[in-house]
Ligand binder design. Sequence first.
Ligand code: TNX
Length: 563
Amino acid sequence: MIGGTISSENITWRCLLVLVSGVLMVTSSGLGQVSVIPAPQEITLANAESPFVLGSSTRLVWRSQPADAHYVAEFLSSLLAMPAAVPAGHGNEHDVILLDFDPDNWPQYLRTSSSPEAYVLHVDAQRIQIQAKTAHGAFNAAQTLRQILPATIEDCVPPAHQQLSGDSPTKTRCYDRLEVPAVTIRDAPRYAWRGLLVDTSRHFFSVDELKKFLELMALHKFNIFHWHLTDDQGWRIEIKKYPLLTERGSWREESPMRSDPKRGDRVRYGGYYTQDQVRDIVAYAAARFITVVPEIDIPGHSSAALASYPEFGNTDVPGYAPAVATRWGVTDNIFAPKETTFAFLENVFTEVMELFPSRYIHIGGDEVRAKVWCKSSAAQAFLAQQHFDSCEQIQGYFTRHIAEFLAAHGRTLVGWDELLNSNAPSTTAIMVWRTTAEEEVPPSPPTWENLMAALKSGHDVILAPDSHFYLDDEEIKSNATGDPDHDSWLTPLSHTYFFEPPLELLSAAEQQHILGMEGALWSEYIWDYNKLEYMAFPRASAISEVAWSARDHRSFADFEKRL
Ligand code: TNX
């Protein structure tokens, strides 16, 4: 038999391997079984006639276990309905899945990889061996293993919310023997930040639905769940000190009609997550090595907050009467620059920091109608006192104030690229979303002005390009929602897949400032969980690959085959 290293995009090589190894390889441990998304760095197929046979005698064992490695062991024992992991004996064990963290055994690949998430997955007739420096690396390997197992394995996965609860697995084994192809996979991510945003303000998703979504994220090695928790159309997180935020702010009187978004449907709509539910989600994500980055959108997109506590808005502007928004789009409800508002925001972010261990806390900062501050005499007095010469600079004050507050608690502020207009401190991370050029609609080539501006000012950057990664855009024309503004933007799968940052324009140092990438599921037109999954996939699979796999290692044709 033959062995050899192939790049996942190299179809010719693959065909050659199939031809040389004969039909047996396709049927018994077919190449379909090493279809992995996102594409691993390196796949070496070994003897196709000697797969590992996973059966009732196979044991899960570990060597030199780091603290959070129990999540990996629990994941595998749950997936495969196996007893809990036990310490490995000395010597070479057979008929085992070995989770090996022992630094003395690290292969060269792990030693030289700079990523803590790197792993090596080795399958031969004797054992499945997972080697990693960290539990996260081993979890990545477990997801790869999951993908190279026959797809039927997913049928015996218990509902996501039952998994990894600390209990023994609830499912029963649904296979007698599984053949796992003999293979060595060496892999590490291209970017450390691989995220998806879910907007739970415009539409609400239950805790169980979010868990199901997190499980799909884990399958794709996403590691950031960007939880958009507040917006004009609903405040969704319980804040103990300000109960009205959820009592009032989580309900809107009606929503835009699906058939005609300019009109209301006259149905009250709402929901929020209690702090216990938030902790539950954060723990569930952590068990899958996903960090939850919360977003509390300020100083704009704040109708729901100001409907609850109008005193923190620009009360002296004629006609000021904030209500939870019942239509999509941007409103004039922005926070007022005054001490009571800053105290309120500090208190809110204090509770947020208690709930979310994430280093990064997202403060939104997008689409702020600064002209409202020009109409407020109180805001004008603030502007004069600060010697500002434009109303936009008031947003900068908000950003710096909250950035300092978060930094004092060891956290880092991240916000949308509008923060660049208002002199945000370079220590803040910028999420670049505006990559669609004026007068264009996707699918369109990206424009890099905001990315370049962020990098020139020394910021770390996450790419969330609305030209390619906005999964609220329809994928195909026939899915039109009836809203002409919304329907003009189209983002097909291939367009998403072909996104690539303009490395040729960037110095090596600037390239280092790109932390990673993120897709966005804004939910104005995503009314339920089925539609959330439908809009997310398969484009999120493409995003996972763009963020994980090396640039010269990607091919859309090959991706489609693996998909
Ligand atoms: C712009 S992207 C927004 C969201 C909307 C989205 C609709 C961003 C930072 N702001 O508030 O939901 O467009 O596609």
